[in-house]
Ligand binder design. Sequence first.
Ligand code: SAH
Ligand code: SF4
Ligand code: F3S
Length: 392
Amino acid sequence: MLVILSKYLYNEFMEKFCIVTYGCQMNVHESEKLSGMLLDFGLQETLKPTNADVIVFNTCCIRENAENKACGNIGALKGYKKKNPNVIIAVGGCMPQQKGVAEKLLDKFPFIDIIFGTQNLYLFKQFLQERLNGKKHVVELEYNSPLPPENFEFNRDGKDDNAYVNITYGCNNFCTYCIVPFVRGRERSRLEKDILEECKQIISEGKYKSITLLGQNVNSYGNDLKDGSNFSKLLKEIALLPGDFKIKFMTSHPKDLSDELIETIATTEKISHDIHLPCQSGSTKVLEAMNRRYTREHYLGIIKKIKTKIPDANISTDIIVGFPGETEEDFQDTITLIKEVKFSQIFAFIYSKRKGTVAEKMEGQVPILIKRRRVNEVLNLQKQIIKEQKGK
Ligand code: SAH
Ligand code: SF4
Ligand code: F3S
């Protein structure tokens, strides 16, 4: 009885929530789920943390600077929380999912009320309720959960005309630099019928021009299901749904991009010709050390097939410079690959050491000044390529 009464009293004071999102599209979409849950809780959204009664940080830890940014912004709320002790501060997403990080966060920022992870985000209303019922810190992390439930209360608030749809969660690839498999668990595919149902629902709303299918490696969709589903088949099924919309997807892993898929993209009108295909490096030696499981030649072979079958394809990529052991010669292999492919867009990153990954312990860590010079070289080259293409 007491519990119900306190919930009622607390809710009367709570009006607004604010979600601060870092990281990739996966997190952007998960913030739409959090937003849906908080609306359902009876709160309204505000974009300013210091106007909110519930502030949720949906964090990223892909590189050190992503973590620093989140920690800086959490720390900046110390005074606000002191003045408004009833304000609830929650930290979720990839960062606390790392080993020992939840404890460190609480140590550094004892005013955090709730810590949750990537795999139990759908329980956020329950965590909030527990805190409102008087639990001092709610720390709930999950490491091997199955798929989250279907029928989510999204708040796809129509900020743009694209709707995100998860097709897989987690990642099995263990690229040696990457933290994602550790913080998002093994790859799990949603059932084709559930994805189709969600797409139908989105199309029936009539507000979206595109649907973007999300997975760390969309090309391996269905491998875990063992029911014959695969990504190419899924795309064809979605394209059969009646309506005027484009299908986009990210991210494609070059090792799993099949000829069948290139054919499907080339011949299915509704599928977008924007293909994000991270190469990471142009050096086969570095790719091997990264555990990417393809060579420079294999990558260039796929690009050739794409350009032949889909002449108007926009191919974008991710590049990491300064991976341990990357020599000047290896780096020049990346430069020549960029010159050869002529990407429509490049996301270039300085390698950032991540705790618990294989590359963390590798010899030959590259000094920061060299990494900065290399990343600038990539960005300048890309600018030049775009300029030349526009001039044509
Ligand atoms: N699953 C996707 C993207 C994952 S993260 C894929 O495999 O392509 C997005 C990008 O961040 C990666 O493509 C990579 O270029 C970069 N990245 C990942 N870990 C990194 C690290 N430790 N340091 C620098 N960049 C990193
Ligand atoms: Fe990270 Fe590699 Fe998985 Fe992408 S495919 S999320 S880079 S481990
Ligand atoms: Fe995305 Fe960052 Fe997590 S890139 S998967 S939010 S570590």
